[in-house]
Design a protein around this ligand. Structure first.
Ligand code: MTE
Length: 323
């Protein structure tokens, strides 16, 4: 993935790459792929007539009823701020990829749900969303890079889908995969990364009330840069777990290896639960910067969601659960 040759903790503080330099360098490398994407748009545009995107048949479902169980301790991030600062490496390494993400066609869209389940099914996205109990949740979101936002997601509990497909007893994990299409997402040509993007949870985590499959934000369907038409939200974990634009959900016996774990396992692990007490090898996790206002706030254990999730992790002193 990145250019670190040895783990962050093995190098003296003065040699550690500051976060902005590190992400700037990645931004340069993946920005090159992004620029290529932008440059080629015209070329493709000239040859193939763009096919019309099918209509989103879920528009009437928004805004969904807000679930009062989820409240915030801070103001909402402005919609336009959240929509213009994204991580979506499929479209490049910079935060300003929203314009490139518009290349993604999100209708028609299918989500294959299978593996160790009794009732595997490939869902059309509109049918799936219409069959699930949509709700709005105010939610904190903490990126491992130490920025944060507070947004209203719309979606349905992951548990509702899991119950519908009936996992077999031997299923222990659920693996989620993003689309793979290099004609749309030129970041996926970049060989440093193990495409497609993959994330995974234990079934217990996926069944937790907090795990949401999001279809919307700010009372509207998800914009493409936020991971339309379907993404995961696990607000007690660092943001990289919240995989975007999902095409496959597979129940497995073995623990899947996630995208960032494969790319840089010494820094981005499977559990990735938020904990200010454990620094990232190259920067502190004690505080977070709110998008838009730049307010620095203390980071909370489990991002403030311990009431829902702490019982799943027996030892909060064990670093393995927090990277
Ligand atoms: N999902 C995919 N497929 N590709 C990505 O690059 N980035 C992750 C996560 N999901 C990413 C992804 C990271 S690092 C973060 S912080 C969040 O998406 C950012 O979500 P946002 O852009 O909606 O704020």
């Amino acid at each position: 993935m990145n250019l670190i040759r040895k783990p962050g903790w093995a190098i003296p503080e003065r040699e550690a790459t500051p976060e902005d330099v590190f992400f700037g360098r990645r931004r340069f490398l993946l920005g090159a792929a992004g620029a290529l994407a932008g440059g080629l748009t015209g070329v493709w545009g000239a040859g193939a007539a763009p096919s019309k995107e099918a209509e989103d048949k879920t528009l009437g479902l928004y805004p969904a009823k807000r679930n009062p169980a989820f409240t915030l301790d801070r103001p909402l991030t402005e919609e336009k701020v959240a929509a213009a600062f994204n991580n979506f490496y499929e479209f490049g390494g910079s935060k300003t990829i929203s314009w490139l993400a518009q290349r993604l066609k999100t209708r028609p869209w299918q989500v294959k749900v299978g593996g160790l389940v009794r009732k595997p099914k490939t869902y059309g996205i509109d049918g799936l969303i219409r069959s699930m109990p949509l709700e709005e949740r105010l939610s904190r979101f903490r990126c491992v890079e130490a920025w944060a936002m507070a947004v209203p997601w719309t979606g349905f509990p992951f548990a509702a889908l899991i119950k519908a497909v009936e996992p077999k007893d031997e299923a222990r994990y659920v693996k989620l995969t993003t689309f793979f299409d290099r004609t749309v997402a030129l970041g996926q040509i970049w060989p440093t990364y193990p495409w497609p993007y993959v994330e995974a949870l234990t079934i217990q985590e996926a069944m937790n009330e907090l795990a949401l499959l999001a279809t919307g934000i700010y009372g509207k369907p998800l914009p493409k840069q936020h991971g339309a038409p379907l993404r995961l939200i696990t607000p007690w974990k660092y943001g990289f777990k919240s995989i975007k634009s999902i095409v496959s959900i597979e129940f497995t016996r073995e623990r899947p290896v996630s995208f960032w774990e494969k790319a840089q396992g010494t820094e981005y692990g499977f559990w990735a639960n938020v904990n200010p007490a454990f620094d990232h090898p190259r920067w502190s996790q004690r505080t977070e910067r709110m998008l838009g206002t730049n307010e620095q706030r203390p980071t909370l254990l489990f991002n403030g969601y311990g009431k829902w999730v702490a019982s799943m992790y027996p030892d909060t002193k064990d670093r393995k659960f927090f990277m």
